[in-house]
Design a protein around this ligand. Structure first.
Ligand code: AMP
Ligand code: ZN
Length: 476
């Protein structure tokens, strides 16, 4: 198929046309949540944009397979392999077991996703399901000389790679080297400061609750290994797009690439997409700060999840987004007005295939332009202003909403149904004309035509009923 989807590739720092490994198919991986607490709306920004990415690819015709992990083991409170285990921290906070915490917050995460119309990835796999795969990959890395044992732990040796910091420019590499802090938790076992743990049997901090037997002793995996193994388990050795929030670039994605390519002996994933952060006035929204904004809190305050989704879609994923209730209020107004406009689309005409194709192409072009969701929404406004007939408008909006997932037709129809009494005059005239036409057809014993008219109205959501007083209609 024609490859016309362009996206900023963090690996090359340029906007590139995605050329999948296999024609027409995209293998995609998303870093999933660490399930020790509720997702905050910042995390959800990342998942909304990744959902839009997946749906955009499907919409333009790719067969997409998307895999996501659930981090239920191994993510320490500091990205640099130090600090407490996040899951253990959650379990202690709530006086529960780690697995109870994992189950509760995994369910809570998917509930939020459902409310935000985020499609569940084709495969969702918790890290604790894949311990044998982790052990296998670590064994191979040791055999190949990319890993070493020290002080009971297995480390990845970053000095074995020509280019470890794949996402960083030369200047950033220098800054990173100088910026490595000597004061915190230096792990004496590491040969190089940037080495990272593949398997722990000994941690300086309180031990993990969940442990597994391994060739190196009873222990638990480091954080990064899960994404390499889970993606290869379901997507094979070659992947097209890997995505996550921008904070995942370093060290997480950098380490994923290091260990995957060392293990495979070839390039692993061609395209990387990173969603920028949702910030609060005080800076990045973060779970570890404790006091963070959840979707349920927004819902309690009267903002439906689609309002938050629209708030995210109105900005570009490659720009930081600042959260504020004022902007959210504006978004609510904007959304309500949009729904009202859609509800006012007259039920008329048949789908004009040419107009449909033109608008669909315009919409797709916005998505193909580095997932430009805000201009894609503008296409819907342009359509509403245009003289395209009602049936076509509804079809375009319904289809494009597969990607936007803003419940546009659903909420417009609900608004219409709730306001049956003041259906606009244009619609009332149209229905009365059709009822009269059907009466004539029945008089002429043309029952096929009469049935066709009934069906035509039904297609537009209008049901008619013959009563003693005459034909009446209602919105269905
Ligand atoms: P975590 O549950 O902490 O592993 O994070 C889940 C996802 O949310 C990852 O892709 C993170 O990069 C992303 N993320 C974390 N904080 C933010 C934020 N403030 N804005 C957007 N995405 C974020
Ligand atoms: Zn990951």
């Amino acid at each position: 198929m024609e490859n016309r989807f362009q996206m900023f590739n963090t690996l090359t720092r340029t906007v590139e046309t995605i050329i999948p490994n296999e024609d027409g198919k995209i293998k995609m991986y998303t870093c999933g949540p660490t399930v020790y607490h509720f997702a905050h709306v910042g995390n959800l920004r990342s998942y909304i944009m990744e959902d839009v990415l997946e749906k955009s690819l499907r919409f333009i015709g790719y067969d997409v397979k998307r895999v996501m992990n659930i981090t239920d083991v191994g993510h320490l409170s500091d990205d640099a392999d130090s600090g407490e285990d996040k899951m253990l921290k959650g379990a202690k906070r709530e006086n529960k077991t780690v697995m109870e915490i994992a189950k509760f917050y995994t369910d809570a995460f998917f509930k939020d996703c459902e409310a935000l119309n985020i499609k569940r990835p084709d495969v969702v796999e918790p890290a604790t399901n894949c311990i044998p795969e982790f052990i296998h990959m670590i064994e191979v890395l040791l055999e190949k000389g990319y890993a070493y044992l020290a002080g009971g732990n297995v480390y990845f040796d970053t000095s074995k790679l020509d280019d470890y910091l794949v996402f960083s420019s030369a200047a950033e590499k220098e800054a990173l080297k100088e910026g490595v802090r000597d004061d915190v938790d230096v792990d004496e076992n590491k040969k190089n400061k940037s080495d990272f743990v593949l398997w722990f049997t000994k941690s300086k901090f309180e031990d993990q609750a969940l442990k597994w037997d391994s060739p190196w002793g009873v222990g638990y995996p480091g954080w990064h290994i899960e994404c390499s193994c889970i993606s290869m388990k379901h997507l094979g050795e070659y992947m097209d797009i890997h995505c996550g929030g921008i904070d995942n670039m370093f060290p997480h994605h950098t380490n994923e690439i290091a260990q995957s390519e060392a293990y495979l002996g070839h390039k692993w994933c061609n395209y990387w997409l990173h969603v920028h952060h949702l910030n609060e006035k005080g800076g990045k929204m973060s779970k570890s700060k404790g006091n963070f904004l959840t979707l349920s809190l927004l819902t309690e305050k009267g903002y439906a999840p689609v309002i938050y989704r629209m708030f995210c879609l109105q900005s570009h994923y490659r720009k930081p987004l600042e959260f504020s209730y004022d902007v959210l209020d504006n978004m609510k107004n904007t959304y309500d007005k949009l729904i009202k406009k859609i509800a006012e689309i007259p039920a008329e005409g048949d789908v004009d295939e040419e107009a449909y194709a033109t608008y669909r192409r315009k919409f797709e072009d916005c998505l193909c332009n580095d997932v430009n969701t805000s201009t894609a929404i503008t296409v819907i406004y342009d359509l509403l202003k245009s003289d395209v007939n009602g049936a076509t408008k509804r079809k375009i909006i319904g289809d494009c909403d597969y990607v936007l997932s803003l419940d546009l037709l659903k909420n417009a129809d609900a608004l219409k149904n709730g306001a049956t009494a003041n259906v606009d005059a244009e619609l009332e005239n149209f229905i009365q004309e059709k009822i009269a036409e059907r009466k004539e057809a029945k008089k002429a014993k043309d029952f096929a035509k009469a049935d066709a008219i009934r069906e035509e109205l039904l297609q537009k959501g209008i049901a008619i009923k013959d009563t003693r007083e005459g034909t009446v209609w209602e919105l269905v």
